[in-house]
Design a protein around this ligand. Structure first.
Ligand code: AMP
Length: 396
């Protein structure tokens, strides 16, 4: 990497495209931006420099745009703001790597064809992840495109953690637990020992709590269990997703209520979780500010499920040395962290209330010195993890 070389990271979700630009081998963040509200509402774009100062903004008042239009806008924006830099590779967040991909991968047409076959495993996300790769390959075929998979970090889990109790004829079709948010957990596992070297070999449960939410048990930095399974709807209640559900409920919805697959999918992915229980909002900030008992019930259910999963993941680890909060809710909601830690007192968790209430930024410990479980906040940084993987692929 020459000093003016840079790596671009693209994280394309169902309604947004985020990008980040990293300079040189040190991967210094130069700028980041996002287009939000694709397909619905007012699509808007904002770009910020490394210090968070806004360098450009744009809105589409005539109606929402789609991914392809968004990508074209981003490429034009990037080209006019490269300022003499050379893009040497683009790293992409890809939600699913199936059983084939247990690490980052140079994306060729052959790999993309293989990933196309995985679309039924993640129909709401994977097509949006792959579309920008194809746009970039068409527009700049000389620039390597690297795929980083949310499932890859979990391939280290023991067989029992990956298996459903189903017959081999079903399991052999790839119907098993994959786990997601792997890039976030991989970043946490790399970052935590830098702040406390004693945690390098530790038993850690990390909670990535954002619009999507999951938890992961890590032993010496490797995933041993996670709350998300075959799809990203399992585990914790989320903004609009229900989390773990008795499969008998799905049978009942179809058989007794006459719902078809599309209606069940909409209910479980878009109308449940914090939004469904509260009937108000999927946004934790709105619920915390509301006096409505349904908002309190939705938050209480999330806290309860986090506590139950924490016990289960601590059992998978044979004990617990550290608990980590990450994601928009985990990093910002002191009330949720306090409630989770109160319920986890039986594990030896003691929260330092002043540290928890502090407005400090960045990675920090929020448990008391005598807490037998160290509690940390680690701000999520999946993009940096993708940039590191992309650089690795480029150099090897
Ligand atoms: P993410 O998907 O990681 O961007 O997280 C989005 C979630 O974080 C939403 O539920 C937000 O309401 C929540 N969030 C962001 N800031 C805060 C805050 N200051 N307090 C509580 N929740 C927050």
């Amino acid at each position: 990497m020459a000093p003016r070389d840079c790596i671009v990271v693209i994280n394309a979700g169902s309604s947004s495209i985020k990008f980040s630009l990293y300079d040189g081998a040190a991967l210094d963040l130069a700028m980041r931006g996002k287009i939000e509200n694709l397909y619905a509402g007012v699509t808007r774009f904002v770009a910020q420099d490394a210090a968070g100062a806004v360098i450009d903004e744009h809105r589409w008042p005539d109606g929402p745009i789609d991914h392809a239009t968004g990508m074209r806008f981003l490429i034009d924006f990037a080209q006019s703001h490269l300022d003499g830099r050379r893009v040497v590779a683009v790293g992409h967040r890809i939600v699913h790597g199936g059983v084939d991909y247990s690490g980052p991968q140079l994306l060729t047409e052959a790999v993309l064809a293989r990933l196309d076959q995985l679309v039924p495993l993640a129909p709401l996300h994977l097509p949006h992840n792959l579309a920008p790769v194809r746009s970039m390959l068409a527009m700049a075929p000389q620039v390597p495109q690297v795929g980083c998979f949310d499932t890859a970090f979990h391939t280290s889990q023991p067989a029992a953690a990956q298996a459903f109790a189903l017959p081999p004829r079903i399991t052999d079709l790839g119907i098993r637990r994959y786990g997601f948010h792997g890039l976030s957990y991989e970043y946490i596992s790399s970052r935590l020992p830098q702040s406390d070297p004693q945690l390098a070999g530790a038993r850690v449960v990390a909670a990535h709590l954002g619009n999507g939410a999951s938890m992961c048990a890590m032993l010496a930095g490797r995933s041993v269990a996670s709350t998300m399974g075959f799809t990203a709807v399992d585990g914790l209640p989320m903004g609009t997703r229900c989390g773990a559900l008795d499969p008998g409920v799905v049978l009942y919805l179809i058989d007794e209520l006459g719902m078809d697959v599309a209606a069940v999918q909409k209910l479980l992915y878009q109308e449940s979780g914090l939004l469904g229980v509260s009937g108000l909002s999927s946004d934790m900030r709105t619920l915390e500010q509301s006096g409505d008992p349904r908002a309190k019930a939705a938050i209480a259910l999330m806290v309860y499920r986090i506590g139950r999963e924490l016990g289960s993941l601590a059992a998978a680890l044979g004990g617990l040395d550290a608990l980590v909060f990450s994601g928009g809710i985990g990093e910002n909601s002191k009330a949720l962290r306090a409630a989770v830690c109160r319920d986890a007192a039986w594990l030896g968790v003691r929260l330092d209330t002043a540290a928890n209430d502090s407005r400090a930024d960045g990675i920090r410990r929020i448990s008391t010195p005598d807490s037998s479980v160290a509690v940390w906040i680690v701000p999520a940084n999946e993009e940096l993890m993708i940039a590191r993987h992309t650089l690795d692929i480029l150099e090897h």
